[in-house]
Design a protein around this ligand. Structure first.
Ligand code: FES
Ligand SMILES: [Fe+2]
Length: 416
């Protein structure tokens, strides 16, 4: 991890003038201002600012890289990348899930996940092998037995911090980062009714071409309670932000919080996604063990910067977000691709389960088709000379909450 820390120091020292100018502008925001205006356009358009965010936000926050179901057996492996660092998430012989650097400690080749049946992690360049806990297992032609033994005793793939949260695997490249779980405490009360059913995950497929906008446009679109009744006419009316005697509700944000949450009522309790969007006849049946409040509302949670979640009566649906460039964002979910559901076994066992998944995907895609042109245009407008500073209304509370989250991360980078 020293290598990583060292690299971050170097990046800070030679920070680009474009980044410095944006940080200087952001430095004039106090926390109250973050609740009144948008982040500067350059934060969404400058490649240098994207590089800065990779180093100072993505390499310092908890990033969701997948689910425990993807590493069910000892010896299973998941290759991923966080802030440009190739990682291998492994299930060791001891049954523990670890995040290891994929960089071979011989001369630095990237190690892939093993082929089926291979019992070690093997570097493709000179076939050094490592066990699933990262220890060097073999180093061919490196000298006599004593030399190799010494290497085996000292060489290890660097380990990265990892936390499991309700079956989600989160990693953090920052060895000093505060633990994840307390930062998600406000979501805890939502889980019990789902977990009583023994949830199973159907992880999402990731998009194979990036979405042409900044990752912040992606999550802002998700968290915006104001747009749903205008952009999503016909697909979202069942889950409105304003309803007689009811409507969107927000949660307070504290420093260090990593969940930005809103909830909206459903017109009929137990509803959910069906082939035309949100509706009364949910394709995934309502879960009987959920409390009434969760039968009659959907809770939308943004876990910046890598995941969004919807706690609905029949499922917990999630999206994974992996930015690849300032206007290139990979994502995977029922809306963008397919899958990304946590479901009770009783739903998975339904004889027409595949058709139900198709219906949810169809409904999700209809909603997403309405969001795509909106996101494209929001990104395009970031280069306009007429872009406003932004005015937030009462239904947009989660957007300035996200600004406050960003400001906290940017400020930490400025102070370091
Ligand atoms: S770089 Fe990996 S074995 Fe040589
Ligand atoms: Fe939308």
């Amino acid at each position: 991890m020293d290598t990583v820390t060292g690299k971050q120091r170097v990046v800070r020292k030679f920070r680009h003038p474009v980044v410095e100018a944006l940080l200087t502008e952001v430095a004039t925001f106090d926390l109250a201002a973050a609740y009144e205006r948008m982040m500067p356009a350059g934060c969404y358009t400058a490649p240098e600012f994207f590089d800065f965010e990779q180093t100072e936000v993505f390499a310092r926050t908890w990033i969701c890289v997948g689910r425990v179901e993807e590493l069910a057996e000892p010896g299973s492996c998941l290759a991923t990348e966080v802030a440009g660092e190739p990682l291998l998430i492994t299930n060791g012989q001891d049954g523990a899930i670890r995040a290891l650097s994929a960089i071979c400690q011989h001369r630095g080749e990237i190690i892939p996940c093993p082929e089926k049946g291979q019992s070690t992690l093997r570097c493709p360049l000179h076939f050094w092998t490592y066990d699933f806990e990262g220890r060097l297992a073999g180093a061919p032609r490196m000298g006599d037995a004593e030399t190799v033994l010494k290497l085996r005793q000292t060489v290890r793939l660097p380990q990265v911090r990892l936390e499991l949260w309700h079956g989600f695997i989160f990693v953090n490249l920052d060895p000093q980062a505060a633990p994840l779980a307390p930062s998600l405490a406000k979501l805890e009360p939502l889980w019990a009714g789902y977990e009583a059913t023994g949830l199973k995950a159907l992880p999402p497929k990731m998009s194979d071409t990036p979405l042409p906008w900044n990752w912040k446009v992606q999550v802002e679109n998700f968290t915006d309670a104001y747009h749903t009744e205008f952009v999503h006419i016909g697909t979202h009316d069942f889950a409105p932000s304003i309803m007689e005697g009811d409507g969107v509700q927000f949660t307070a944000m504290k420093p260090g919080d990593n969940a930005i949450v809103r909830s909206v009522p459903l017109r009929t309790p137990g509803g959910g996604m069906m082939k035309d969007g949100w509706g009364a006849e949910a394709a995934f049946p309502a879960i009987a063990t959920l409390p009434q409040e969760q039968q009659r509302r959907i809770f939308f949670a943004m876990l910046p910067p890598s995941m969004t979640m919807m706690f609905a009566p029949g499922t917990v649906a999630y999206t994974l977000i992996r930015p690849a460039g300032v206007t290139a964002t990979f994502a995977g979910s029922d809306r963008v691709t397919y899958g990304g559901w946590l479901l009770p076994q009783s739903t998975i066992d339904l004889p027409d389960f595949v058709d139900r998944c198709k219906a949810v995907s169809e409904g999700g895609r209809k909603i997403w088709a309405q969001d795509v042109p909106i996101n494209r245009a929001m990104q395009a407008a970031k280069t306009s000379r007429f872009l406003p500073g932004g005015i937030y209304g009462p239904q947009e509370t989660t957007l300035p909450q996200f600004n406050a989250w960003l400001l906290e991360k940017y400020r930490a980078a400025m102070a370091a």
